[in-house]
Write a protein that binds this ligand. Structure first.
Ligand SMILES: [Zn+2]
Length: 260
């Protein structure tokens, strides 16, 4: 079981929002505020891509998803087009990444100029799938690889936010939102990462409850919660949880900087 360092760190940063001088640790980090993350998930562009993606899910009865990028030096967000996959039960997020990367490059933004803030994909439509949202090994693997890309390109250890959704009506969406511990990436510790993957598979195999899935993620230091969207709009009561995902990411340690 990993240390619960992230909780202590989070509290430390939260207690520093009172106008007191920032610690040097905070200054050397890269801050993405909770309000910034809230803006990324409530912008008109986000609502539009979510509505489009949901329409595809309902029309084709299969997975679709998209990615969210944030410019390094501005609170500007970019969204990939909705993407499916050759297989019905997966989403080609790396394809969405390539599409977004090429699109931003054509607008003069190199990969160093933006970070991967999050990924959003549907696991299905309520009438066809289990109501409970389970994570696959590929899901937590993708989130880890996005963080690795942020480490390598942007030089800060920025955990991206994973969102897995279930369409509950033609306009209603519920989503499981998760984020790796700020202090470390589980994928840096292969034994722990394997244990997490096995736990998630076991939960799916035993038809565990949604709360058990969230508890398992939290046990390993992930932030995890459920949010709801109606016609592309995040519900008011879920905005508080989204804001709690604000972070100050540390500079990428040399030993975890991946070769690109
Ligand atoms: Zn998935």
């Amino acid at each position: 079981m990993p240390p619960k360092k992230n909780l202590k760190m989070k509290n430390k940063f939260e207690s520093n929002s009172s106008g007191l001088p920032e610690s040097s640790e905070k200054k050397s980090g890269y801050e993405i505020s909770g309000e910034s993350i809230e803006r990324a998930l409530t912008s008109p562009d986000f609502e539009k891509v979510l509505r489009k993606t949901l329409a595809q899910v309902i029309k084709h009865r299969r997975e679709f998803g998209f990615l969210i990028g944030k410019e390094m030096t501005a609170d500007k967000f970019h969204y990939s087009k909705p993407i499916g996959d050759l297989e019905e039960s997966s989403t080609a997020l790396p394809g969405a990444y390539e599409e977004m990367e090429a699109n931003l490059e054509s607008r003069g933004l190199d990969r160093e100029d933006w970070i991967e803030l999050g990924d959003f994909h549907f696991h299905g439509y309520e009438s066809l799938e289990s109501r409970v949202i389970y994570l696959s090994s590929g899901d937590i693997g993708y989130t880890s690889s996005a963080r690795k890309a942020n480490r390598g390109y942007n030089n800060f250890d920025i955990p991206s936010i994973g969102m897995i959704a279930n369409a509950v009506s033609s306009t209603g969406v519920e989503a499981l939102v998760y984020q790796e511990p700020l202090a470390y990436s589980p994928s840096d510790k292969p034994a722990i990462f394997e244990e997490i993957k096995e736990t998630l598979m076991e939960l799916r195999a035993t038809n565990a409850s949604q709360e058990e899935v969230l508890e398992a993620l939290r046990h390993y230091g992930y932030q995890a919660g459920m949010v709801h969207f109606s016609d592309g709009k995040l519900s008011e009561e879920d905005k508080k949880f989204i804001r709690s995902l604000g972070m100050v990411a540390k500079k990428t340690p040399i030993d975890t900087r991946d070769l690109l």
